[in-house]
Design a binder for this molecule. Structure first.
Ligand SMILES: Cc1ncc(COP(=O)(O)O)c(C=O)c1O
Length: 370
């Protein structure tokens, strides 16, 4: 039996009936944009995250654009961000007319390396865009003080930075509800969370053409709103999220118990990690991916061409070798099947396949834990 990389449908199958009922209620209400479900979801997510406000928007990419716009970031400004992340992290920076400054990652966390960030801060730095990659909280406390941190928490709904929820630490945080995310919609959706009244007010206006009342347009804004159908589904999923994330952590522990750490380098323990993806490292990346593919097991290598080497960003002038840890992670990472509800049997098959792939090579080179 094929094993997918992520089985979204299995994850929400027990709620299917309630989702359809909630959709029927929205259809019957005739209210599809910025109605009661979005209002309630915004209150519920703010309470969950521990932020003063949360604003539903069209998707996670727009969420970043709206925050940068609300912060007044534009031409002449620099925004520090990782290059080992999805392209959507950086696009809004470029759209804003600002300059992305790529920093290297720490090899253990795969998140921004605070030392490299400190070395790249200039007087033009207006924000640090810190990604909680694969659901692992970034080391926000170690980032240079005095510069606004925007958390790209697209992959980390429910993660914790110490005692706090990821998304409640920076001046603002952005989330995506793309269907594979830990908290997901059945289509596109996104969220901005912040405890700044001023930022919340601006994002609320910006998502609706820069207006409060559809009559007076105070800002040049956007049209980017979470819709009622998605909010209705998200409201059903939010109360399940901590349980789903706990199941992901159990599955991660099971991979370790099955001996995966003797074969490849495992993600080091971090209590706040919610394993959006379960990503291991091996110098035999190609071989492991090929074996998994052949066995019908879902897998992926993420960001194999990191952002600083993307053709669209060539004018920034980064050369291969300029971010060594980023490039090493790109060449070594392998994401293995992970979702809330993956079975022990499925995980055993995955580990057996990785073991066989590496045995075929004669040695499990690249195997190190932590
Ligand atoms: C790290 C990161 N940032 C931003 C985004 C953009 O989110 P969306 O696809 O909802 O626009 C994603 C997800 O796709 C992501 O993984």
């Amino acid at each position: 039996m094929a094993i997918p990389l992520v089985d979204v449908r299995a994850q929400f199958a027990p709620l299917r009936g309630r989702v359809l009922e909630a959709f029927a209620d929205v259809v019957d209400s005739g209210r599809f944009i910025l109605g009661p479900n979005v209002d309630a979801f915004e209150r519920e997510t703010a309470a969950f995250l521990g932020t003063q406000d949360a604003i539903g928007v069209g998707n996670g990419t727009d969420a970043i654009s709206l925050v940068l716009d609300a912060l007044g970031i534009g031409p002449g400004d620099e925004v520090i961000c990782p290059a080992f992340t999805f392209y959507a992290t950086v696009e809004p920076v470029v759209h804003a007319g600002a300059t992305p400054v790529f920093c290297d990652i720490h090899p253990e966390t795969l998140n921004l390396d605070p030392e490299d960030v400190a070395a790249k801060v200039t007087r033009r730095t207006k924000a640090i865009l810190a990604v909680h990659l694969f659901g692992r909280p970034a080391e926000l406390d170690a980032l240079p003080p005095g510069i606004p941190i925007v958390e790209d928490a697209a992959q980390a709904f429910g993660a914790r930075v110490g005692e706090r929820r990821a998304g409640s630490v920076g001046v603002a945080a952005t989330f995506s509800f793309f269907p594979t995310k830990n908290l997901f919609a059945l289509g596109d959706g996104g969220l901005v969370a912040t405890s700044s009244d001023e930022l919340a007010e601006r994002v609320r206006m910006l998502r609706f053409h820069g207006s409060h009342d559809k009559q007076t347009f105070e800002l040049v804004g956007w049209n980017s709103r979470l819709d009622e159908l998605q909010a209705a589904a998200l409201r059903l999923f939010l109360p399940e999220l901590d349980g789903w994330n706990a199941a992901r952590r159990e599955a991660a522990a099971r991979y370790e118990a099955l001996g995966l750490g003797g074969l490849v380098r495992l993600p080091p323990e971090e209590p706040g990690h919610v394993f959006h993806m379960y990503v291991v490292r091996t110098e035999a990346q190609e071989r492991v991916l090929a074996a998994l593919r052949e066995a019908g097991i879902g897998s992926a290598a993420y960001y194999t061409r990191p952002l600083h080497l993307q053709p669209a960003l060539a004018s920034l002038g980064y050369e291969p070798g300029s971010l060594p840890e980023t490039e090493r992670a790109a060449a070594e990472n392998v994401a293995l099947p992970m979702w809330a509800g993956i079975s022990a049997d499925e995980q055993e098959q995955v580990v057996a396949c990785v073991r066989a792939a590496l045995a075929r090579r004669g040695a499990a080179a690249g195997a190190r834990t932590g």
